[in-house]
Design a protein around this ligand. Structure first.
Ligand code: GLA
Length: 385
């Protein structure tokens, strides 16, 4: 794969490129909490996007999306949001470096990989993070990982129109093999938790439903949470985001919230609590307790936050019936994409056959199932000749 990206670069641009990579991510628990300044527990995985890049002297950005077999070109001095959706992830990152006063000259880029698109494994974040890492290294700009993470996030806001939180880009940039990252999305302090997977596996099942509703509904959820904060601020001085809210506060103002905002806020408060309890369970090696919290997270996402869909609910219901499954839930923004399931290693085959027996994608196919391994975040990629 990486070799093919490099060969394509050489075929198109006639020069040896530098190579970089950025992974997709999973999130064990803590969904939709990042933009509420709460906690998340993601990890980078062994599915990644590879980049071959090199400065050019033609004054143009020349990009090639290997998986789509499509090219894109634009004048380097004059960039803006383009009609080519995938190119916006790259251009958006260039724009952020420039906004920060850094010079990004013209370059060529071929990228592609095996992070499935629209499956909730954050292929877009992997593209943004990989691009940021490549630009920073190629031109020796000296930007640190956290700042690059923010550039990648802002690229998504400004060039892709999704007001995402920081989780996906953070995980892709800061992941560490064998560890999950507990990130405090307010202070951006983070801690690596070793995840001893000797007896367990993380299995993702793709519903085969593309989350087409995701960006509009995502931005709507953000607005509903902000509405909740505005109401709480009338009564409590210290509330800056739902991170500061408690169950008592939410209950006390239930009538004023109305049903929808009440359920959104209640979910966020509970999900942050579940995450903190989950970290404690992991520290105690209590995977069974962690799994129950995953099921709880799914219930909340489905009924209170309403970002699940029939197919995701169906997959979680199937997971519940399989002995050896500890927990399962939808992962990422929702409305499609994958479930993440924590399974005993020896029961993975049982789980997979139960899924294949009982679930078909909307177009009647067997769902794609991925066993993922937790891997390192973005970095340079060396290819042996
Ligand atoms: C998407 C966003 C993230 C996060 C998740 C939900 O993946 O990009 O910032 O909000 O949804 O947890």
């Amino acid at each position: 794969m990486n070799q093919k990206i490099r060969d394509k670069f050489i075929a198109l641009f006639g020069a040896e490129p530098q190579m970089f990579r950025a992974p997709g991510r999973v999130n064990l628990i803590g969904e939709h909490t990042d933009y509420n300044e709460g906690f998340v527990l993601p990890a980078a995985v062994d599915k990644m996007i590879a980049f071959a890049v090199k400065p050019n002297s033609v004054g143009r950005f020349r990009f090639f999306a290997f998986d789509l077999n499509e090219s894109f070109e634009t004048e380097a001095d004059n960039i803006g949001v383009s009609h080519t959706a995938w190119a916006n992830y790259l251009l958006g990152v260039v724009a952020q470096f420039r906004k920060a006063g850094l010079t990004v000259p013209a370059f060529d880029c071929v990228f592609g990989g095996n992070v499935p698109l629209g499956a909730g494994m954050s292929s877009s974040a992997a593209i943004e993070v990989g691009m940021a890492f490549a630009i920073n290294s190629m031109f020796g700009l000296g930007v640190n990982r956290l700042t690059m993470t923010k550039f990648a996030q802002m690229a998504e806001h400004e060039y892709a129109g999704v007001n995402c939180g920081i989780m996906d880009q953070f995980a892709s940039m800061h992941g560490k093999a064998g560890h999950v990252v507990r990130l405090d999305c307010r202070s951006l302090d983070f801690e690596y938790f070793p995840l001893d997977m000797t007896n367990y596996r993380l299995v993702l099942v793709n519903t085969g439903v593309k989350h087409s509703l995701a960006s509009s509904e995502y931005n709507k959820r953000r607005a509903e949470c902000e509405e909740g904060v505005r109401i709480l601020q009338k009564y409590y001085n210290g509330v800056r985001s739902l991170r500061d809210a408690t169950e008592e506060m939410i209950e006390a103002h239930r009538a004023e919230f109305g049903d929808v905002v009440y359920r959104r806020c209640s979910y966020i408060v509970e999900e942050n609590e579940r995450l903190l309890a989950g970290c404690k369970a992991l520290a105690d090696g209590d995977f069974a307790a962690f799994g129950q919290l995953m099921f709880g997270s799914h219930e909340g996402l489905s009924h209170k936050y309403e970002v699940s869909c029939t197919e995701l609910d169906q997959l979680v219901a199937i997971a519940r019936t399989v002995p050896g499954v500890l927990g399962s839930r939808m992962m990422g923004g929702g409305f499609g994409g994958c479930t993440i399931t924590l399974v005993e290693k020896t029961k993975v085959a049982d789980f997979e056959s139960a899924v294949k027996r009982n679930y078909k994608t909307p177009d009647g196919r067997e769902p794609v199932i991925y066993e993922v391994v937790i891997a390192d975040g973005a970095g340079e990629l060396r290819i042996e000749n």
